[in-house]
Ligand binder design. Sequence first.
Ligand code: CO
Length: 187
Amino acid sequence: MKNQTQTTKSNPILSIVKYGDPILRKKVKDITDFTSLPDMTEKMFNTMYEENGIGLAANQVGWSLNLLVLDTSNLEDEANNEPYIFINSKIISTEGSIVLEEGCLSVPDIRADIIRPETITLQYQDLNQNFHENTFSGIVSRVIQHELDHLQGKFFIDYLPPAKKLLINKRLLEIAEKGRPSTGIIL
Ligand code: CO
């Protein structure tokens, strides 16, 4: 028997927008009205935890806004164990480069090694509209960069060379049509 969906009125789980939905190719807008953000970010965290994700961009739940959340505390060897909320964020500098495997809640069952800057300096706002500038490295840096790509209408698979893209084209069509590919792949 199916479990009852564990949602309450105060923290319902949102559905994740999948690859193929045009909202994920659209650049988001900066946030000027912060009033609903505590409620929205709580819903995003609940959705992310429910889906076992470590980061989530607002357009992945249908909101075309410059907002992302992340929490890598359930990863092994991850010293960083606090949830983060980044509003109106932009990368102002980067350093180094590193290859790490990525996956995405909007592109299920596809994983690939992607090269990106290792360290980033990020300018962003918090829920109280205060501005911050902080430097991040490791997994947190990687997740921020992946989610910021979403906010620009970009996917991690866009970085793949044509030969590897060919290997996932059928799966991407299946995700757009059915929400999941018939078989997973690690590139
Ligand atoms: Co993603």
